[in-house]
Design a protein around this ligand. Structure first.
Ligand SMILES: Cc1cc2nc3c(=O)[nH]c(=O)nc-3n(C[C@H](O)[C@H](O)[C@H](O)COP(=O)(O)OP(=O)(O)OC[C@H]3O[C@@H](n4cnc5c(N)ncnc54)[C@H](O)[C@@H]3O)c2cc1C
Length: 281
């Protein structure tokens, strides 16, 4: 049996405990048996989300919101800026990934300063500069991007606790896959539990890890590749082939039925594990 004890002292038991508490997971230490330290990725993100009324009134920014949802990107040396009009153009969300020299011991998220963003985008397209100036200061955050080496495992030795989502594999935003992969984790685990049946929960958890491990780490790497593609852009190559800077929408990531794949691969993955270690159920 697996279990948790709540802060109020209530003890709950289950066949398996899923630690889905995000990038600062406490379950990670329980599963790994040691404290896993995040490393600075070298970058931080200014991020914000606010009502778009002022943008609509301003001639430089109106076009970003007046036709409903839109997505616009600007890239510079070691920085990129993405602006997304959402909710039919009624709200604006933008992120600006920039170099971060701070230490990992600092707070992970703290209020951002408009003047700091303006320094980063100095001399850029006036649309970006205006967008930053029209951002309500109290809605701006500077969010440190941390990176973790792939964990050696997502599951406890007895396969009674499993890390899922960002707790197991935090993604850089440039992968645009963190939430998707957290959902794939859940879908695949559900399929594995269904396939194994009630009496074989530990087997299901082990097979789940086997199915997920390589795929999530391969997708994690795309976050680094996309950031480098934008931040260290080869402008001569881009002028020759502008589409080369487009975000790669790779079929092996997006056109993938994680649920069907889990059902299809379950038996083979279980056999692999049996041959290697013996699967305990
Ligand atoms: C700037 C930025 C942009 C991003 N853009 C995208 C994108 O476009 N597409 C995409 O797919 N992904 C994106 N991501 C990544 C995505 O946000 C995460 O990968 C995703 O939210 C992970 O989901 P999760 O459920 O594992 O963790 P979280 O969303 O972090 O959820 C964990 C939850 O657990 C709760 N919790 C924590 N500790 C405890 C505890 N002890 N007890 C109970 N509850 C607890 C937290 O409050 C939280 O609600 C982006 C991330 C960043 C930083």
């Amino acid at each position: 049996m697996a279990g948790v004890e709540t802060e109020a002292g209530e003890r709950l038991t289950a066949d398996v405990v899923l630690a889905a508490e995000g990038v600062r997971s406490r379950g990670r230490r329980l599963v790994l048996g040691f404290e896993d330290r995040p490393q600075p990725s070298g970058y931080a993100v200014f991020r914000t989300w606010f009502g778009a009324e002022e943008l609509l009134r301003n001639e430089k920014t109106r076009h970003l919101v007046e036709k409903g949802d839109s997505h616009t990107g600007w890239i510079g040396e070691d920085v990129h800026f993405l602006a997304a009009a959402i909710k039919g153009g009624k709200e604006m969300s933008w992120v600006c990934t920039h170099k971060d020299e701070g230490s990992i011991e600092e707070s992970w998220q703290f209020p951002g300063k408009i003047e700091d963003v303006l320094r980063v985008v100095e001399g850029w397209d006036p649309v970006v500069v205006e967008l930053v100036k029209l951002t309500p200061p109290e809605r701006l955050f500077d969010y440190k991007l941390v990176f973790r080496d792939p964990l050696p495992t997502f599951i406890s030795p007895q396969a009674r606790t499993a890390l899922i989502g960002d707790a197991a594999h935090p993604f850089l935003p440039t992968s645009i896959q963190g939430a998707s992969q957290a959902m794939e984790d859940g879908v695949v685990l559900a399929a594995c539990l269904d396939k194994a049946g009630k009496g074989k929960v530990q087997e299901a958890v082990r097979v789940w890890e086997r199915i997920r491990y390589a795929r999530v780490h391969k997708i994690q790497q795309t976050g680094v590749a996309t950031r480098e593609q934008w931040h260290k852009a080869d402008w001569d190559a881009i002028w020759k082939d502008p589409e080369s800077m487009h975000l790669k929408r790779e079929a092996w990531i997006l056109d993938f039925d994680a649920e069907a794949d889990a059902y299809a691969r379950y038996d083979a993955a279980r056999e692999e594990l049996e041959n290697e270690n013996g699967v305990r159920s």
